[in-house]
Ligand binder design. Sequence first.
Ligand code: NAP
Length: 331
Amino acid sequence: MSNNTIKWGILGSGWIARKFADALAVAQNCELYAIGSRTQTQADLFANDYPVSRAYGSYEELVQDKDIDVVYIATPHNLHLENTLLALNNGKHVLCEKPMGVNLRETNQMYGVAAEKNLFLMEAMWSRFLPHIIKAKELIDAEVIGDVRLLTATFCIRSENGPQHRHYNIDLCGGTILDIGIYNIFLSLFLFGKPENFSASATLSEQGIDTNCSCSFVYPEQKMSVMYSSFLADPEIVASIHGTKGSIELEHLWFCPGALKLKNKNGNDQIFSFDVKGNGYEFEAEEVAKCLLAGKTQSQLWTPDDSRLLSEMMDKIREQCGVVYPAHDYN
Ligand SMILES: NC(=O)c1ccc[n+]([C@@H]2O[C@H](COP(=O)([O-])OP(=O)(O)OC[C@H]3O[C@@H](n4cnc5c(N)ncnc54)[C@H](OP(=O)(O)O)[C@@H]3O)[C@@H](O)[C@H]2O)c1
């Protein structure tokens, strides 16, 4: 950490790694320093497109680079535990893509090692840091829409990838719940906390991953969240929160930077829009940089307990839906 700049190493060179690298170009106090890939060829391809100082052909070499402050884990779900522990055991702070672990046991293990080593660890739940999501929470907490009765949230992408792709591959812990349904579940937990009760059902592929999933959370005072995710259909990806005095609508691609519409019973709509300088991933990167520069080992905005609750609920939902990852037992 020099001159208030955090040096990032990215572990894995796929789709999200590139988005995150774009964000680092505009994120305050952040420098994209190195890429680590399983192969030198992929590392070099990434280095052709992004201004990295180092391009490593193995994850081991990446985490051993003494100049890297924090490693961003951008690999499939089944590898988050292994890759995060590799970075932590080499003394690196970590931002790990969602979901943190495949289950609560893994998530606990990851935070346990980070605490033991006094290193920073956070789940990259990027929507938590977006201005319109923060505004929605503020409006709800201030009771601007009265008593909240219903949240509806969808996240569906028609995925035409083959059975080996991480969306569908059971060995890579595919399925909508961990991949995209997680955002709906996050939103409900972030806005309302842990539900009193829940129910879930899913359609399963031949491999046994969930291809469609619907779930609902029941809260005290007749409040409810209804959520669904799909790899087979592509309705609009929207979220709305309805209260006794009005409602909040988050537009298509609600989990990305966007606008928020506040509606009241008189039909007066108010639109809140926000300045965003990059693709939105810069907000989580800046939160990590802020924490590291302040010497913190966890974020107060997305805490280890927040990740644990998210893992716990996804375990319960998967259990009810019958989605089992053979190599990743719950216990
Ligand atoms: N926050 C978001 O908006 C967002 C969006 C999409 C995905 N994600 C998350 O980001 C993570 C990666 O998703 P992605 O869409 O970037 O996936 P991806 O394009 O398939 O990239 C994953 C990378 O992981 C590495 N890898 C290591 N072992 C692998 C294996 N057995 N099979 C495939 N790849 C392997 C590869 O990099 P090397 O070849 O360089 O080693 C690969 O390029 C997941 O946790 C996903 O949930 C988050």
